[in-house]
Design a protein around this ligand. Structure first.
Ligand code: ADP
Ligand code: MG
Length: 239
């Protein structure tokens, strides 16, 4: 019996420029377990976003196997993949991608429209998600009435509204100042403590320090995979 929420076996991804295949992921094998908190790091161009898009079922690998929650999603048809994406995964981007004409609550409720949830329940669930990120009192505000950190928290609430087991975030603090980044990271920690699995990309070491495991990519391959030991955590808390 495996507790893996994510199992990657020799994942490859090439982009095609005309007839030329450009290999970007060159054989990534990785298990991520339920309730882990993983930071994915590596130099620009090493393949982090490509891998995150595959993990988030936004893109398919050109080789290898991706087992998510026990299901092989690597060869799924687009429709089935969309269902997996909408029910099992929350995705937070660096660019917040909120619709400016909609309120915070309406933005958060968007995925529920696609899921066919009725209006009353949509509002209730959007408010619940906004509460989780500490923004219930801002539910009527539009993006231009919110700070960068608040906007990113709305985006996190939107990613959580379907109660996904897996939360993915690609450089979620990339557009935020350091104080606001801390605010946002504390929310990810809270979400992980509540039982979610969190995988996020960052190239800042102090952001990665929130995670319990750091996977580093280099040139399309895993360069290192380190778990923070209990001893290190204990030592860290004393200092
Ligand atoms: P990272 O997120 O680590 O900076 P990416 O996964 O975005 O890296 O990109 C890895 C490599 O793949 C880069 O060389 C990039 O130019 C290339 N790449 C990314 N997306 C595409 C695409 N849609 N088409 C062609 N090449 C791409
Ligand atoms: Mg990237």
């Amino acid at each position: 019996m495996s507790q893996s929420i994510i199992r990657l076996e020799e994942i490859q991804k090439s982009y095609f420029m005309g007839s030329q295949a450009i290999p970007v992921l060159k054989g990534i094998s990785l298990d991520i377990f339920r309730n882990e908190y993983v930071a994915l790091m590596g130099p620009s161009g090493s393949g982090k976003s490509t891998l995150m898009n595959i993990l988030g079922c936004l893109d398919s690998p050109t080789g290898g196997k991706y087992i998510l929650n026990g299901k092989d999603v690597s060869k799924m048809a687009d429709d089935d993949l969309a269902t997996v994406r909408n029910t099992e995964i929350g995705f937070v981007f660096q660019q917040f991608n909120l619709l400016p004409r909609l309120s915070a609550a309406e933005n958060v409720a968007l995925p529920l429209i696609y899921a066919g949830v009725n209006k009353k329940e949509r509002i209730e669930r959007a408010m619940e998600a906004l509460k989780k990120v500490g923004l219930a009192e801002r539910s009527h505000h539009k993006s231009n009435e919110l700070s960068g950190g608040q906007i990113q928290r709305v985006a996190i609430a939107r990613a959580l509204v379907n109660n996904p087991s897996l939360l993915l975030a690609d450089e979620p603090t990339g557009n935020l100042d350091s104080k606001t980044s801390v605010e946002v990271m504390e929310i990810f920690s809270k979400i992980q403590q509540a039982g979610n699995t969190v995988v996020l990309v960052t190239h800042e070491e102090d952001i990665a320090a929130y995670a319990h495991r750091v996977v580093r990519l280099r040139d399309g391959l895993i360069e290192s995979d380190t778990r923070r030991s209990k001893q290190t955590e204990a030592a860290g808390s004393v200092i």
